[in-house]
Ligand binder design. Structure first.
Ligand SMILES: Cc1cc2nc3c(=O)[nH]c(=O)nc-3n(C[C@H](O)[C@H](O)[C@H](O)COP(=O)(O)O)c2cc1C
Length: 201
């Protein structure tokens, strides 16, 4: 493993549970792969622009022409980060049952017809190479299982988004009740670490 892309999409900085969980995963991976380079993309501190008129007009140009099209340069940079990474860690809160807006802005720049997916008669087919993506989701409430008190549009949405661009090796860790007392949060993180040690050693 030479390069990891770490996407952070919480507005809460060091207090963010998904970011702290991401830190644990990065610690583990850098211990396992001491020479690994970690590229950090902070989507709240350095927001990705929303799609504008020019992007919407130019987004269907050929992949070759897009390389020189100014309005597609942010998109090209973000796609290159995904392509270059051997693995992706995504730290994200759940906001209003789904992904936070800064992450949605990143998705809109990265999921591009004829660049990261192609259209076929039977639907969209991914153009990128598969790679492991580890998604750390923090939520204030319970979102999974029989005790869930709310819908979860985030998990199926992110699965669909990554598989649209060809990335199917997706794992989730849900850090539920992230506002609960610190002791139970530490247990969650320790469990996560133990689980990852089994996966990544
Ligand atoms: C705008 C906003 C919307 C939220 N929506 C939800 C939600 O739909 N479901 C939920 O369980 N928690 C929700 N929360 C709580 C966050 O998911 C929780 O605080 C979590 O810790 C955020 O992750 P972070 O610590 O990485 O920022 C919301 C928080 C904010 C600020």
């Amino acid at each position: 493993m030479e390069k990891i892309l770490w996407l952070i999409s919480s507005p809460r900085g060091d207090a963010s549970v998904s970011q702290q969980a991401g830190n644990k995963v990065i610690e583990l991976l850098t211990h396992r792969y001491p020479d690994v380079q970690v590229v950090v993309r902070e989507l709240v501190k350095n927001p990705v622009p929303f799609i504008d008129t020019e992007f919407a007009e130019k987004m269907f140009m050929t992949a070759e022409d897009a390389l020189n099209e100014p309005s597609l340069q942010v998109s090209e940079t973000l796609i290159a980060e995904v392509v270059d990474a051997d693995a992706i860690i995504l730290s994200t809160p759940m906001h209003n049952f789904t992904v936070p807006a800064p992450l949605k802005a990143w998705i809109d720049q990265v999921v591009r017809a004829d660049r990261t997916f192609k259209r076929t008669p039977v639907g969209k087919a991914g153009l990128l190479k598969d790679k492991p993506v580890y998604i750390l989701v923090a939520s204030g409430g319970i979102v999974l299982g029989d005790d869930a008190t709310q819908p979860d549009f985030l998990t199926p949405y992110l699965k669909a988004i990554f598989s649209t661009i060809g990335i199917h090796d997706i794992s989730f860790a849900h850090l539920e009740r992230a506002g609960a007392e610190k002791a139970s949060f530490d247990t969650i993180l320790n469990n996560l670490r133990a689980e990852l040690e089994i996966v990544w050693g």
